[in-house]
Design a binder for this molecule. Sequence first.
Ligand SMILES: Nc1ncnc2c1ncn2[C@@H]1O[C@H](COP(=O)(O)OP(=O)(O)OP(=O)(O)O)[C@@H](O)[C@H]1O
Ligand SMILES: [Mg+2]
Length: 286
Amino acid sequence: MNTLSSASGDISLDQASPFAAARSGIPGTEPRAGLAPGVKLTVRDLTMRYANGHTALRNLNLSVHAGELVVALGSNGSGKSTFMKCVVGLNRPTTGSVEVAGRDLAALSGEALRQARLPLALISQNANLVKRRSVLANVCCGTLGRHRTLATAFGRLPHEEIQPAQTCLDEVGLLHLAGQRAGTLSGGQAQRVAVARALAQRPHVLLADEPVASLDPEAADEVMRLLRRLATEDGLAVVCVLHQPELATRYADRLIGLRRGVLEFDRPASEVTSQQIASLYSAEAS
Ligand SMILES: Nc1ncnc2c1ncn2[C@@H]1O[C@H](COP(=O)(O)OP(=O)(O)OP(=O)(O)O)[C@@H](O)[C@H]1O
Ligand SMILES: [Mg+2]
């Protein structure tokens, strides 16, 4: 039997095949509308000094528009993950501000801050799926930020989100695996499910920290094509950290280069020279 198990009961998925639902015009299964144009993420003078005194980011400024795919390059320890964590609120920046969809996160707290962060989704190197649960249940988890009821706090998945979750799975080309246990997926499939889970959040800004690090070249290409399409067709503002300059140049609109926590360049991908990229990885860069 094909079910989403939960603490307070199972949600049956047997009524209709996920494929049938997504193709039949059932509300919630339509393609997502493109986002309005404009700047979706603005970072101003961001500095992050950790408690041990290490300054991982210095006065970083960046704007990302709807529909843009920006790739961040830089050697190990140059501050890329620190930047991503500051944007999503896992790190509290020492100084500077982060504006998401026009709202300054530093000016907010409590429930208002939580709401303002909803348009932000983060994907990391590991898909971090719940292995024993179905693919669809994992994608539904992306919606939980919108449902803070007692039932969801105990693990029950919101029934009305199942069809939108199917749409997200369809968008990454894996609807046929909806009922499969997440632990059985290949690395490339798992990462695409992680993208679907992020899409279920209905983000405006999608951050991906080394999303292809553990994938073979073909699977890596597939995930990058997906991120490119989400920017171009759905209007998401995408920021992606990569250690593969070739993939970065191929897929990004803009490249940013970080070196010891400082933004070395922020330019259209076609204008970045191989020397500029090489300088990020030279011995004195780390
Ligand atoms: N919690 C922390 N406390 C102290 N220093 C930290 C902390 N987290 C990261 N750092 C340091 O900040 C610097 C930047 O780390 P970060 O993880 O942002 O680098 P990165 O560019 O993502 O590297 P990689 O390519 O290896 O993932 C490193 O020198 C790291 O040791
Ligand atoms: Mg990192």
